[in-house]
Design a protein around this ligand. Structure first.
Ligand SMILES: Cc1cc2nc3c(=O)[nH]c(=O)nc-3n(C[C@H](O)[C@H](O)[C@H](O)COP(=O)(O)O)c2cc1C
Length: 182
């Protein structure tokens, strides 16, 4: 299948996750394009979409929201797999919090989202400027100080496992299927 792995990333860690997911799907025989959603002017010809974004200010990046809005009609009835990269997931009950509050349901309406997940990301405070520090301090919705999560928390085995589950699902997914499991 022709698969788009599209990502939104400010500091590059979500881009690296996208590349890893793309590698797994390529190894499984798919024709994969890994691309920053900011660079995409169309999504024609893809059979499936694996899409992920970094979280800032407790929500998806603006360019990722814009992508989801702009290409909603072209993605209807195609299988979609969604992940987010964030630090909130590292806190107690973080996974249920991010699944409830970081998923922007109005931008997923009508889409065939077959799997969604959240990964712990990477925060490198040395690369975060003062505006971003303000945003992080004022708009992070966790209980801990976000500065407690200065580091690389990406679990590459977990990421590869999810990518493998996507590949397994695509194997049983006829092109153009309208099966909804979300
Ligand atoms: C300015 C800023 C704001 C952030 N806000 C949040 C947040 O509200 N919730 C959260 O869980 N993670 C937040 N994070 C953590 C990022 O989602 C995480 O570091 C992610 O891996 C960054 O991905 P990137 O390197 O692709 O940009 C924030 C990071 C930055 C730099």
């Amino acid at each position: 299948m022709k698969v788009l792995v599209g990502y939104g990333s400010v500091h590059g860690s979500t881009a690296e996750v996208a590349q890893r997911i793309g590698d797994v799907l390529t190894q499984r025989g798919h024709n994969v394009t890994v691309a920053d959603v900011k660079t995409l002017t169309h999504v024609d010809g893809y059979d499936a979409f694996v899409l992920g974004t970094a979280i800032e200010a407790s929500t998806w990046l603006p360019e990722f929201k814009a992508f989801m809005k702009a290409f909603n009609p072209q993605m209807l009835n195609k299988p979609i797999y969604l992940w987010i990269n964030c630090i909130r997931v590292l806190e107690e009950y973080g996974m249920s919090h991010v699944m409830d509050f970081y998923m922007v349901p109005e931008l997923l309406k009508g889409l065939n989202v077959r799997s969604r997940t959240a990964f712990a990301g990477k925060l490198d405070l040395q690369t975060v400027d003062w505006n971003e520090r303000w945003s992080l301090a004022a708009r992070y919705d966790g209980h801990a100080w976000p500065t407690n999560f200065d580091g690389d928390f990406r679990d590459w085995d977990k990421i590869a496992d999810w990518a493998t589950s996507v590949a397994n699902d695509l194997q049983v997914m006829p092109v153009g299927s309208e099966d909804h499991v979300n």
